[in-house]
Design a protein around this ligand. Sequence first.
Ligand code: KIV
Ligand code: NA
Length: 265
Amino acid sequence: AKQFRVHHFAQAREKGSKITALTAYDAVTARIFDDAGIDVLLVGDSIGNVMHGHDSTLPVTVEDLIPPARAVARAAGRAFVVVDMPFGSYESGPEQALGTAVRFMKETGVAAVKLEGGARVAGQIRAITQAGIPVIGHLGYTPQSIHALGGPRVQGRDSAADELRADLAAVAEAGACAVVLEMVPAPLAGELTTASPIPTIGIGAGHGCDGQILVWTDMAGMSAWAPRFARRFGEVGTALREAAQDYAGAVRSGDFPGDEHSFQK
Ligand code: KIV
Ligand code: NA
């Protein structure tokens, strides 16, 4: 199938076809999601929580993200691959942000970068997009600000809605090709989407967004806990544990390997 490219975000929205996105952190899952027809694969800094055992995304570095970004970019055929700009790699200003984005583009083969924040990072988004690098914004609950926001909490309630509106306008004006809305009340996310010049991709933001993203391990049911906004579309964790148990049982009983898995000469 035809590659999903930067103009397909706006095109999907015009056609009214939802944009589908998942995180991916390695080649084996990226290949599966690409085969499944997922439009966008995000090498998210959620790798810190999901794969590296941290309790936030704050410790994740550019060096942590380069190998997985390379692996996902190599494995993807059709999907648009995006890497997160990690905490500390863009806040200082447009120059730092551009340096980080250029490094990702040179060293990984991804098609775009994503960064968190609204008006406060508009200069960064502008510098990166003006260098010819697509940028995706991220508003609402932004996990890199977990301590300032008092934990994973719904954003944009009451008077905070105006700030969210202004942030979305700033991100779009700065040149972002799409924006993630995380943990925003569904009616507000719908209203923001209608008013937005660029497509919105929701996570915990209701069905009114132009697309949806989930952390793949939440989507697939890999762990006992997942956020309330994630639906388990599979029980892959259980399936994997059972496969490992069956394997161990077959080894212990002598049932594996059989003749068909052995070389006779
Ligand atoms: O890092 C991540 O997984 C994300 C998505 C949840 C949007 O930023
Ligand atoms: Na992220």
